[in-house]
Write a protein that binds this ligand. Structure first.
Ligand SMILES: Nc1ncnc2c1ncn2[C@@H]1O[C@H](COP(=O)(O)OP(=O)(O)OP(=O)(O)O)[C@@H](O)[C@H]1O
Ligand SMILES: [Mg+2]
Length: 432
């Protein structure tokens, strides 16, 4: 198999080996969310006005992931193939390359600052100065086993004048930039690329999952006012805070809604599969909302007869765990005193957002307005993708299309063997 080595050391093989080396269609943009519970593929296709619309959606049970990180490549490959094939079937098109998400506790976000002197004619700031000042801010020490995933400008400061989003054309002597840098483990990224390649697809870009989800569900007003986005997945809880229009805090907790299923399984002495079914069919994480006289059947193990339990008892098991997760998020965000800067409230996405009562519980814990995030933006199969579980995959399509910030869709041909990390730089443009 031919492969190209990027400067980051991430391998991205070119040949779609087990799918006969098909040539990618460049008018397709495909988001692939490889989660702990499910793999989700969303196909976007440019319409006649060059605007992407969703034409295919596929979801398949994820095997081979643990807490957002690949632990079994073979199993992950199978889930990817199934999810993409389901989406291909719906779209009636074959996928060549994908924009894939990355998550896991290895991901870290830090804020950094860079300073340069403006030396050009008439001291007018040009794009090259902006690039230089961003490079200065990204010059942090990154250990060998980590890669910079994103560098996102927050604001620029020209001669002590702060709050500038685009300094190009301004006159100044000193240009400063404040940026949010997101790093992640190189091996985790390599395992994602390897699994996608082995499933028969190329990776065009790797995007932090919460950043992708933010593109699908957050409004510009929310980002400007400050907003806390929580992606409550099966094995992880992704946290992303926007302050004054730009990402300011990123972290990922190795705890998700699957823990609720384990709790139910243990407390109700029932297998994980039936605990999951009970959670989805009869679960609620806000005890106050549950009426006492509703009962649910509990299958038992070892041939014992089924039992029955009041829904309120189930809620009493679920609520403490959901509270724990949300409190951990609150404490993490409050390490930087950010909650009071989140005037835009809290938005919850991911499968955990489907748990009845989660918005009410989160309102109590964060003391902020809370809403569930349904992906919006591209047209097409709205009914199929309008689900908080699809927020990341739809956001990956939107990231690839560069659409949500109002810029022109990118449609350039992506060269084989292109340096993936150079793609991350394109995020920068999206925040101007
Ligand atoms: N209708 C529902 N009611 C309650 N919980 C649900 C529902 N649907 C899914 N979930 C839960 O959501 C979780 C899966 O969420 P999601 O699909 O966002 O995870 P993931 O993206 O695969 O995992 P991760 O992001 O952690 O890697 C599971 O714990 C599942 O039980
Ligand atoms: Mg997820």
């Amino acid at each position: 198999m031919k492969s190209m080595k990027s400067t980051s050391g991430l391998e991205n093989s070119c040949i779609a080996q087990n799918r006969g080396g098909r040539v990618p269609y460049n008018d397709l943009i495909v988001g692939l969310d490889i989660g702990t519970s499910k793999v989700c593929a969303v196909i976007g296709q440019y319409d006649e006005n060059n605007i992407p619309e969703i034409t295919g959606v596929g979801m398949y049970q994820s095997r081979g992931m643990r807490r957002g990180v690949i632990v079994n490549i073979d199993a992950t490959v199978k889930s990817i193939v199934q999810a993409v094939e389901a989406a291909e079937m719906m779209a009636g098109r074959e996928v060549g390359e994908v924009t894939v998400g990355i998550s896991g506790a290895h991901v870290e976000g830090i804020n950094s600052r860079g300073v340069v002197a403006v030396t050009g004619k008439g001291r007018e700031i040009v794009e090259a100065d902006v690039e230089r000042v961003i490079d200065a801010a990204r010059a942090i020490v990154v250990p060998m086993d980590r890669a910079i995933l994103h560098v996102i400008p927050q604001e620029f400061i020209v001669d002590d004048q702060s709050g500038i989003k685009n300094p190009v054309g301004m006159i100044g002597v000193r240009l400063e930039s404040e940026v949010h840098i997101i790093t992640g483990s190189t091996s985790s990224a390599q395992n994602i690329i390897k699994s996608v390649n082995r499933a028969g697809f190329r990776v065009s870009e790797i995007v932090l999952e919460s950043l992708a989800a933010s593109k699908a569900v957050l409004s510009q007003d929310e980002k400007d006012l400050g907003v806390l986005l929580i992606d409550l997945g099966g094995g992880t809880t992704n946290v992303l805070v926007y302050i004054e229009g730009a990402p300011y805090h990123t972290s990922i907790l190795s705890l998700g809604a699957d823990q609720v299923t384990s709790d139910l399984s243990i407390m109700l002495k029932t297998p994980l599969e039936s605990a999951e079914r009970i959670k989805r069919d009869a679960g609620c994480c806000y005890v106050e909302h549950v009426e006492d006289d509703h009962y649910v059947q509990i299958p038992r193990v070892g041939g014992r007869p089924p039992d029955r339990i009041a829904k309120s008892k189930i809620a009493e098991i679920i609520q403490p765990r959901m509270e724990e997760i949300l409190r951990l998020v609150r404490d993490r965000v409050n390490e930087q005193q950010l909650l009071k800067r989140c005037g835009g409230g809290v938005v919850i996405v991911g499968g955990g957002a489907l748990m009845p009562g989660v918005a009410e519980l989160a309102t109590d814990i964060f003391e902020l307005p809370v809403r569930i995030g349904y992906p919006e933006g591209p047209g097409g199969l709205k009914e199929e993708y309008s689900d908080p579980q699809y927020a990341t995959a739809v956001g990956l399509v939107m990231s690839a299309a560069g659409k949500s910030e109002g810029e022109a869709p990118r449609r350039e041909r992506k060269e084989r063997g292109q340096n993936i990390l150079s793609k991350f730089k394109e995020w920068i443009g999206e925040f101007f």
